[in-house]
Design a protein around this ligand. Structure first.
Ligand SMILES: [Zn+2]
Ligand SMILES: [Zn+2]
Ligand SMILES: [Zn+2]
Length: 690
């Protein structure tokens, strides 16, 4: 100690420290090369509040050494120890605290209980102190916080009366041992699991509302407990739905034991292609595979399977080199497992479908174009019930494939009209959109008219032959070949810019390429996989709903399954009904007389209305017309704006070919938001998303 002090005082030959020094610490610059330190020309003593503007400190209060540069750059300024200020920054802002026993701010109390407790305390006071005229008030010192709820003591200032402590909340009944839970603390979990917010945001909200701020650990503990409860509740709920759906399946005249039609899809926390190089193995820490029935128009979710790699408890302890304690592990697959293994995920979903009181076999399964879910599903169904599963591909994904292929194919220069490559590329992409719609429409009409596979395939062959000429403005083949473009009604080429309509001129090489692309949608194999024209829209809309409770930018492990379950329950039962059921499941049922009931009813009504509105054909048509108008307006703006952009691209082309090209491509990419959503989401369930 003494030696250090001595060294600190030494000034002979040693340069001054370019920083502040705290008593009893090593000089921050010990062992550093100090040759470059310039003579100090000025001193600065910041206040505590401003200190962060000069230096960064570690948790112990030492200046971070890698910040010396900042200090040196400040140059000859030496930052002295800050002036100490009284109280915290916030306290200084809000003003001085006065000595008071009053309860300030707002509280969440059970209305009836709180008022009764107050009245009772006053009566009690009057009885014991008949001479005292005082009124009882809440005591800050006598208040105990229980998360969001409080226990209160009522006191009288005049006679020093103090009531016994009273719970201003009701408690949830709990079957097992342990302390009873205040209702608001459980109810807030229901609210949290229905939304993207987590513990931290909830605390911020409580603070902003001037409510007692619940502790992080308390909220987390409750969240863990509620998560498990929610998973169980949703599993039971889906099992009940499975029975109901199967009954309807039978009512429709299907023989007992026959499989239901369904769709399946997997959602990942992060897209599998991203984050290469940042994490070992596949990037997504979890996946949710869900299956929705196609028996009823509601298309309810009947099975959900969560795969999760991350266990915070294990990571934390292994990181510190400690043994991992016994815990409820949220990870259900090893870290090295392939998260994108949709086959395995589908196997697990299939097993869930066959579990419970009654087995629910699946006979037809729609999946994404690139998915291998149906393979795993087929295996399990065959092993356990002998049920054969026919796999179909989602037509929306196939359509997207057509669009992408149009964009990535190398066409001849003459195929698309346009002044420059930029404009031609724009027409090309729009041609992709239009072609995709055209193929969908032809297929849709053909499904109605040609139920036999053979005739259908032959007709579609004709269609594919006619289409290229149709886009060129030659409709001779359309009469016999097309189901859409027939005299006097013509295909309108709505997605194309006005001047490209009937003005696309493929060369013979282009024709071959185009043929190949169309085969992916209307070729023999494609037709076999799309016979019913089904989509995976419902499961994808469910994925979006799951996204509401499990946003992709927040990684949750312990409560992830619970949040997924909460979202699925909302989707299956409607938001309002779901909340009521969740309260009941948590043993805190809502009173039938509660003012909330009409609110919940309103939510369900609104959802029903939104859904119906979107399904109504005139509204769908109007929506499509709107998109077309927007595209047309975009074309006009683009044409007016090209004068300027042409100059720019001309310049960059002159400088270097590669650069100009890169720029052009990027500029030309149409944003996903401007893509038409035709057939993509006829029954999107977005009313619940904000
Ligand atoms: Zn009194
Ligand atoms: Zn674990
Ligand atoms: Zn035509």
């Amino acid at each position: 100690m003494a030696a250090r002090k001595k060294r600190g005082r030494k000034k002979n030959g040693r340069p001054h420290r370019a920083g502040q020094f705290r008593k009893g610490q090593k000089p921050w610059n010990k062992g550093l090369d100090l040759m470059q330190v310039k003579a100090i020309s000025s001193y600065r003593r910041p206040t505590e509040d401003q200190e962060g503007l000069y230096v960064n400190k570690d948790r112990a209060g030492n200046i971070l050494q890698n910040d010396t540069e900042t200090l040196n750059e400040v140059g000859r300024t030496m930052v002295l120890r800050p002036t100490k200020l009284a109280g915290s920054r916030i306290a200084r802002f809000l003003g001085k605290k006065v000595d008071s026993d009053e309860v300030e701010g707002y509280r969440i109390w059970h209305a009836k209980t709180a008022v009764r407790a107050c009245a009772r305390a006053q009566r009690d006071h009057d009885k014991h102190q008949p001479d005292c005229e005082g009124l009882v008030r809440l005591s800050f010192k006598g208040e105990i916080k229980k998360g969001l709820a409080t226990v209160e003591t009522l006191v009288c200032d005049t006679c020093k009366y103090a009531s016994p402590k009273r719970k201003f909340y009701t408690e949830a009944k709990r079957p097992g041992p342990g302390a009873k839970i205040a209702v608001p603390n459980l109810a807030v979990q229901i609210a949290m699991f229905n939304s993207p917010i987590g513990v931290r945001v909830l605390r911020e909200m409580a603070a902003a509302l001037d409510l007692p701020v619940p502790s992080k650990s308390g909220l987390q503990r409750m969240a863990n407990r509620y998560s498990d409860l929610m998973v169980k509740k949703n599993e039971d709920d889906m099992e009940t739905w499975r029975e109901t759906i199967y009954d309807i399946h039978l009512q429709k005249g299907n023989p007992p034991g026959s499989g239901i039609p369904a769709e399946i899809d997997t959602r990942y926390q992060t897209p599998l292609r991203s984050a290469r190089g940042k994490k070992p193995g596949q990037p997504s820490p979890n996946s949710v595979t869900s299956l929705a029935e196609n028996v009823t128009p509601k298309k309810l979710a009947l099975a959900v399977h969560v795969r999760n790699k991350i266990c915070p408890t294990r990571n934390l302890n292994e990181g510190r080199g400690k043994p991992v304690p016994a815990h409820k592990c949220p990870a259900n697959i090893p870290e090295e497992a392939v998260i994108g293994d949709e086959k395995q995920a589908a196997r697990d979903v299939a097993k869930k479908m066959l579990s419970g009181r009654r087995k629910t076999p699946v006979g037809q399964l729609v999946e994404d174009g690139d998915s291998s879910s149906s393979k795993g599903f087929k295996e399990v169904m065959m092993e356990e019930t002998g049920q054969k599963v026919t796999a179909f591909k989602d037509i929306v994904h196939l359509g997207k494939g057509v669009r992408n292929r149009v964009t990535t194919t190398k066409w001849s220069k003459e195929m698309f009209p346009g002044q420059d490559q930029l404009e031609r590329n724009r027409v090309r992409d729009r041609f992709g959109n239009d072609l995709c719609k055209r193929l969908n429409t032809e297929h849709k009409l053909a499904r109605k008219r040609f139920p036999q596979k053979k005739k259908m395939a032959a007709k579609m062959k004709q269609v594919m032959e006619a289409i290229p000429y149709c886009y060129a403005g030659d409709h001779d083949r359309c009469v016999a070949g097309s189901l859409v473009c027939r005299h006097p009604r013509k295909w309108k080429f709505k997605d194309l810019p006005a001047k490209a309509r009937e003005n696309i001129t493929p060369s013979s090489a282009d024709l071959k390429l185009l043929q190949k692309i169309m085969e992916h949608r209307l070729g023999k194999t494609a037709l076999k996989k799309t016979r019913c024209g089904r989509t995976t829209n419902k499961v994808e809309s469910l994925n979006r709903q799951i996204g509401k409770a499990c946003p992709k930018n927040v990684l949750r492990s312990r409560t992830f399954a619970g949040r997924v379950a909460s979202a699925v329950h909302s989707s299956n039962n409607g938001t309002g009904m779901s909340i009521a059921q969740k309260r009941a499941a948590a043993n805190i049922p809502l009173s039938p007389n509660s003012a909330v009931v009409s609110g919940l009813e309103g939510m369900d009504r609104e959802q029903k209305y939104q859904r119906a509105y979107k399904m109504e054909v005139p509204n769908k048509i109007r929506q499509q017309a709107k998109t077309t108008t927007r595209f047309a307006a975009y074309d006009i703006r683009k044409e007016q704006g090209t004068y300027k952009s042409k100059v720019v691209t001309g310049k960059s082309k002159g400088k270097g070919k590669g650069r100009g090209k890169g720029k052009a491509v990027r500029k030309n990419t149409e944003h996903s938001y401007s893509r038409d959503a035709e057939e993509e989401s006829p029954d999107t369930y977005s009313s619940d998303e904000e």
